[in-house]
Design a protein around this ligand. Structure first.
Ligand code: SF4
Ligand code: SF4
Length: 338
């Protein structure tokens, strides 16, 4: 819808007597369509925002049905009080199957347990707040994980692990890191670098190789920025490599001062849709028992499901990250995707 396809809208307007613009938020399209109609001398009547469809909130199906029925002067098929769907299954917010953040959170929980405070930030990784991962004890605002985490470490004397994504780090995390170095704080910062701005739809950020038009960009290297801000203890790991993650976490746990782990792995949705990379293998349960149950309960990948007493993997959801094979090597094996 933007830039406005003026030719198509004009042709459409010329074929109508009345036009109803349905858009959430401010009447941007409505105003532009009115201006275009006036410019091209179109006589169609244009309606949009009114007392039913306001600039506030989201437009539910019921709300739009009511407005369209009213507009067409016909009975509305949905009564004001009747719910469209009576019962929905409970579905808590969750990281995608195969999300690299889950692997990092699993490794952090196994290294620090309940002995640390976990400072979170704004991004997909906030979804790790619920059990069993429980990786967000507090979240103040965008870019605050390092600065708020530094304060918690100073006030409590307990270990603090702060999580921040690559785009949030560039947006407003670098200042907190500079201050943490300057003030000699004691904090472990885990930069979850999934190579994109996943939460809001894969928009470019300064760490990416391409800009929004797909052209080569002057991207910033996170490790160079971190070291440039004065951090000397900085290591890079692949998020899907649990052994390397554990070893980096244990090493950093025993150190003092500002330490940074950069955990790299592209967001699986971004890898599949934009980078055209999809794993050729999927996981399956080769041996039922305590290990498979433990993996289901502790890693809790959404591709797992219970089949009676057994644990099973939904092949349609499994992305082939192979993290469950590292958590429970006897229980899970890989096979070629059908
Ligand atoms: S969109 Fe990407 S980063 Fe976000 S939860 Fe899904 S896999 Fe993880
Ligand atoms: S390989 Fe295992 S952890 Fe990864 S998506 Fe598949 S079932 Fe989930």
């Amino acid at each position: 819808t933007w830039p406005l396809p003026e030719g198509r809208i004009e042709a459409f307007l010329q074929s109508c007597d009345r036009v109803l613009v349905l858009e959430e938020g401010e009447p941007l399209l409505e105003g532009s369509v009115r201006a275009l109609a006036q410019k091209c001398g179109c006589k169609a009547r244009i309606d949009g925002k009114d007392e039913t469809l306001t600039v506030l909130g989201e437009y539910s199906t019921t709300l739009v049905l009511r407005r369209v029925a009213d507009y067409l002067d016909c009975p509305c098929p949905v009564k004001a009080s009747s719910p469209v769907v009576r019962e929905l299954p409970v579905r808590p917010p969750n990281l995608c199957a195969g999300c690299s953040h889950r692997a990092v959170y699993y490794a952090v929980r196994h290294t620090f347990g309940d002995d640390a405070y976990y400072s979170s930030d704004i991004g997909c990784y906030t979804l790790g707040m619920l059990p069993p991962l429980r990786m967000a004890d507090f979240l103040v605002c965008m870019g605050s994980s390092v600065s708020a985490g530094s304060g918690f470490a100073r006030a409590s004397g307990k270990p603090v692990v702060a999580f921040i994504g690559d785009s949030t780090f560039f947006h407003s995390g670098m200042t907190g890191l500079a201050n943490a170095v300057f003030n000699k704080h004691d904090i472990l910062v885990v930069i979850l670098d999934n190579g994109t701005t996943a939460m809001t739809g894969h928009q470019p950020n300064p760490g990416m190789l391409q800009d929004i038009l797909g052209e080569e960009a002057m991207h910033l290297d996170i490790e160079s920025v971190v070291r440039g801000l004065g951090v000397t203890e900085c290591v890079k790991v692949r998020s899907y490599n649990l052994k390397a993650l554990h070893s980096a976490l244990e090493d950093m746990r025993d150190k003092k001062g500002v330490r940074v782990i950069i955990a790299e792995e592209p967001c699986v949705l971004y890898a599949r849709r934009r980078l055209k990379k999809a794993a050729a293998q999927v996981a399956y349960v080769a041996e039922q028992g305590a290990d498979a149950q433990r993996c289901l309960e502790e890693l809790a990948c959404p591709a797992f499901y219970r089949n009676g007493e057994d644990v099973a993997v939904d092949e349609n959801l499994c992305t082939g990250c192979m993290v469950c094979l590292q958590v429970a090597p006897k229980a899970f094996k890989a096979r070629k995707r059908a």
